[in-house]
Design a protein around this ligand. Structure first.
Ligand code: SAM
Length: 252
């Protein structure tokens, strides 16, 4: 699967044993419309096309024994080398990788777009990861059956930050993780749902109070659910001390 690569300002090249999985969900809604209008391009390449033996094999048994199969270094290296990737970031999706963050997503979105290797089976021969300088990226502490859904996750997170994709309605600057906080709770009509009302402050029309409420909620949620993020927050400017988290008023 390949979209028009010639003019798009950002592109993702995915190396996979299952190119037919693409664009999949990336062809729908926000990312799909942006793909169709040329704001980004996607190229899914079949790793198996670089196999050289008559069985077109891409994997072999693990050195040292053990279950499963390992993606061969020579086949994957040939697949990588067949891409004219220039200085583009070269990633490999891996549960052993550094966890993907919104900050890394923003960096990748600001560049020309990555080449992404999707693993399968028990994993990939380490020598090709080392020899081609692949950056290992994890999307979380769980094991998927292949790198494709992880690659889609990374691409989707990048694409929505590309200029023109979200339009004027949203900028991506007021969202979870953009300022080290989870996002505050959102509400919309009806004003009463199963006896639960929208918090008064949000229908007060007082923008300063709304902003203060949102910040307080975001801080309380972050401290309760993500102590790791809360611990990394800057200290209060007046005192130089860590701020005490406010109490959650919604949802918990
Ligand atoms: N044996 C490997 C291990 O224990 O680390 C897991 C291999 S997994 C079954 C097959 C492929 O799925 C991996 O090579 C990787 O490309 C992808 N994958 C699985 N979990 C992932 C995660 N959390 N983040 C990114 N990629 C993942």
């Amino acid at each position: 699967m390949t979209s028009d690569l010639s003019s798009a300002p950002w592109r993702a090249t995915v190396l996979t044993l299952f190119p037919e999985m693409f664009p999949g969900p990336l062809g729908i809604s926000l990312a799909g419309k942006a793909l169709a209008s040329g704001l980004w391009a996607l190229e899914a390449r079949d790793i198996r096309a670089s196999a050289t033996d008559k069985h077109r094999s891409v994997d072999d048994t693990p050195a040292g024994g053990g279950p499963g199969m390992v993606l061969r270094a020579d086949v994957l290296a040939a697949a990588i080398d067949a891409v004219d990737a220039g200085d583009r970031p070269r990633l490999v999706m891996s549960p052993r990788g550094r966890p993907l963050t919104q900050a890394r997503v923003a960096e990748l979105a600001a560049g020309p777009g990555p080449l992404i290797v999707c693993g399968r089976f028990e994993g990939i021969d380490q020598r090709v990861i080392d020899a081609r300088g692949l950056e290992e990226v994890s999307i979380g502490d769980y094991v998927l059956s292949g790198g494709e859904i992880a690659a889609m996750t990374l691409i989707d997170a990048c694409v929505r930050l590309l200029p023109g994709v979200m339009g004027k309605l949203a900028s991506g600057t007021d969202e979870s993780f953009s300022d080290g906080l989870l996002e505050y709770p959102q509400y919309t009509r009806p004003q009463v749902f199963e006896g639960r009302e929208i918090p008064d402050v949000l229908i007060s029309g007082d923008h300063a109070r709304v902003a203060k409420w949102r910040l307080t909620e975001a801080e309380a949620l972050t401290a309760a659910r993500r102590p790791d993020l809360w611990a990394g927050r800057p200290k209060a400017p007046e005192s130089g001390k860590k701020r005490k988290p406010p109490k959650i008023t919604t949802g918990e």
